[in-house]
Design a protein around this ligand. Structure first.
Ligand code: SF4
Length: 406
């Protein structure tokens, strides 16, 4: 067992949630004290029917994949592992840490020799916390069987094990630090904080296997762009010990194409943010003027690798791209342009989580960024959804929304 923070009971998505239980509360069965947004286990806003979810007073359709799930639902990485290709890629990626250009920052830091670059990450990945997450999209967290709230254990008469079917959560691993510097970061303490523990590959593999043993539906690498070599290095070890879960790459989309190509055939589900459209806005809020261009190229590459999202007979994501877009105050995110891009250059069938949970966080204050120092309004979210529909998109995740202003 790796001695890390283990948090569960979080109520919102991995973009914009607040941590729930602290390490000392582990296993106590308590839920976090953070607000439980609509759609969370604590505050369910559930569909009026099997094909709709209520969000801010609107019903969003949740449609099945337009393509049938693959008949072979085994994770793609097994074939790469058997051929030896996975280990070869891992070795090359780790060696390249000697002059790290793994992300668009291209710092050239010698991470094998003790240097760190913009991401402040060295040789080994540092993990802030990990655990089953029940606040993710339904296609990742699943839904609990009747009589079994997500993540609960069966009664002894039923075997006593964690509910291993639908509703067992997404196995999130929160990596410390980030290669972006978003002033509004909704996870500021993780993305820019200290602490955690540096995990050698054996320990990271152990974390992956522990999440599988807990019954999670998938492994969800949160903000992984700066630790791809370390993930690749841990995978063969975990696979040798029975890892079989689909892998979710949960990213800001500030990813280098060469690094994404290392993940071709490894990642089953890409879950990129598409944050901002305008380079000047990206410079101001992300410290990365090239973010829009980099993110567009990254999304094209992800779509090339895995296509539109496919779900299995249980409604769980098996393969494909799931795009998150955080609607921001005053339309600064460029939602209409972003949605048009998805429909035009990926597919109108792209699965989108349009998120309403933006709140001032990180370094945002009325003094520093007054224009985004508020929540969005219901009207702003409605306009964003309408823009997405007008662009031809029609597959929306309906369970994500946070409190909005009037
Ligand atoms: S992963 Fe980190 S060290 Fe490497 S290029 Fe990106 S920011 Fe720099």
């Amino acid at each position: 067992m790796v001695g890390l923070s283990f948090r569960w009971g979080w109520s919102e998505t991995t973009r914009g949630q607040q941590p729930g239980l602290m390490p000392q509360e582990r296993g106590a069965g308590k839920r976090g004290t953070t607000r439980a947004g609509p759609g969370s286990p604590d505050n369910p806003v559930r569909p009026a029917g099997p094909r709709g979810c209520r969000v801010l007073g609107m019903t969003l359709p949740i449609l099945p994949s337009t393509a049938p799930p693959s008949a072979d639902s085994a994770p793609a990485y097994l074939a790469l592992h058997r051929s030896g290709e996975l280990a070869r890629r891992a070795a090359d990626a780790v060696a390249a840490l000697a002059c790290c250009n793994h992300c668009p920052r291209r710092c050239g830091a010698n991470r094998l020799g003790g240097e760190t670059g913009e991401c402040a990450m060295g040789r080994h990945a540092r993990v802030a916390s990990y655990g089953p997450h029940h606040g993710e999209e339904d296609v990742l967290r699943g839904r609990a069987p009747a009589g079994h709230p997500p993540g609960t254990r069966r009664a002894p008469a039923e075997g006593g094990s964690r509910v291993a079917g639908r509703g067992s959560g997404s196995g999130t691993i929160f990596f410390l630090q980030c290669n972006l510097h978003c002033v509004f970061c909704q996870n500021f303490d993780i993305s820019h904080g200290a602490g955690g523990r540096a995990l050698p590959p054996e320990s990271l593999a152990e974390v992956l296997l522990e999440l599988q043993a807990l019954g999670c539906h998938n492994l969800n690498f949160v903000t992984p762009s700066h630790v791809v070599p370390q993930i690749l290095e841990a995978l063969p070890l975990a696979i040798e010990h029975g890892l079989r879960l689909p892998l979710v790459y949960n990213t800001s989309a500030y990813d280098a194409l060469e690094t994404l190509r290392l993940l071709d055939g490894v990642v089953d589900v890409y879950m990129p943010d598409l944050k901002l459209w305008d380079p000047a806005v990206a410079r101001r809020y992300l410290d990365a003027e090239d973010y829009p261009e980099v993110a567009r190229a990254a999304l094209r590459e992800m779509h090339r690798q895995v296509g539109v999202l496919q779900v299995d007979e249980h409604g769980l994501a098996r393969r494909g791209v799931l795009v998150r877009h955080l609607v921001m105050p005053g339309g600064v995110a460029g939602t209409r342009e972003a949605m048009a891009f998805l429909a035009r250059e990926l597919s109108p069938d792209t699965y989108v989580n349009l998120m309403a949970q933006y709140h001032p966080a990180g370094q945002v204050s009325p003094r520093t960024c007054g224009e985004i120092a508020r929540r969005i309004t219901s009207a702003e979210f409605a306009a964003a959804l309408e823009a997405a529909r007008e662009c031809g998109l029609h597959r929306f995740d309906g369970a994500r929304a946070g409190p909005c202003g009037p």
